[in-house]
Design a protein around this ligand. Sequence first.
Ligand code: NAD
Length: 412
Amino acid sequence: MPQNQPPRRDFLRYVGTLAALSTPALAAGAAEKDKVEFPPIYDKSEKPERTEPPADPREARIGIAIVGLGRIAVNEMLPALSQCRHARPAALVTGDRAKGLKIARQYNIPDSAVLDYRDYDKLASMPEVQGVYIALPNSMHGEYTVRAAAAGKHVLCEKPMANSVAECQQMIDACRKAGRKLMIAYRSQYEPLDRALVKLVQDKQLGRLKEFVSVNSQNMGDPQHWRLKRALAGGGALPDIGLYCLNAARFLSGEEPDEVIGNIWSTPGDARFREVEESCQFILRFPSGFIASCSTSYAAHKSQLLRLNGSQAWAEMNPAYAYHGLKLRVTRVVDGKEQASDIQIEEQNQFTLEMDHFAQCIQQNKDVHTPGEEGLQDQRIMEAIYQSARTRQPVRLAPPGRTRGPQPQMEA
Ligand code: NAD
């Protein structure tokens, strides 16, 4: 057997332990006494039954104002909030009052807590709202974060954090000055299979990391949508979906790139790409010799995948980055044969996990896992990618300070 190669049974046992990442772990502060237990009815050969961790009583949950009632807020975050144990929807901020009232009734939010954007600063006098979730076009993240902090609210802001490094810094400074938390909504970093992959890497199960290859593409339609307007979106495929590849290369490896090479392309005459790039290809070089090659397109059929190649094994997520149906496979040589293992972890709503992490950090006054510094670092790298594409030269990057907080506590 080659050196450093764990025997087959050990690796399979190790893969089994990854599922433990999603076994119930009561977070400090949750009402332990409220946990409901059942006596076991299955044989020991079956996997242990899942016991639902208790939820906080309604009044103890962090009240969240949803700012912007677009697709991500209505289709993903509001339904996810219904499954949260530590957060609840408490207010809606929208330019469309009829839509706001319709949604408020579905989520037990009083009509009086449906605000127009013009009334946003009234949040300051709503103690039932402790945090805001900003789900507006990218160019509006900065202003609405700064105003939320001034109103005394903690902020969970959608990605990309903003459209420039300067704006990201203003958001960090405003929240720091107000003593409020700022978290960027990098949902993949709270998703169980991605977390299992981080653990595989940290436990050196892939050996030495060498390559990361990733694609995140989708075919856009409406040329009038804000995502295709530079002033609102800041860029095209890169900040919207290429960002997932960029952020994954960083959080999966735990390293920061010191050089980037970028290329952008737009098909001449395509009305969708008059203002922003259609596609972007970029290479990130890391100090250890690890290299990430990523590609993102707004004009190719939906495709979302990543491959992490180590010296001893590779791991693949296909699809990666999706809301549902993620798959993780690890392949290595065991006893002279190529062996593939599918890592099975019960699917959990990543938006729920993300929001509950934000709420628990507020309740327990803890550092969030993906603070403003994490969004700022991605913005620095994206600006370097665009610079490289413009100049056709590699761009060097100075190492950042700490960009990530402690690993999130996860409840199953
Ligand atoms: P969307 O177009 O569906 O919704 C945007 C909302 O902003 C709408 O309610 C719209 O009315 C409102 N709005 C306010 N002012 C506006 C203006 N001047 N122009 C256009 N719209 C305006 O967009 P979305 O898909 O919900 O994206 C919102 C944010 O969430 C973006 O920052 C996006 O990058 C992010 N997002 C994150 C994920 C994720 O998985 N984390 C997924 C999708 C979107």
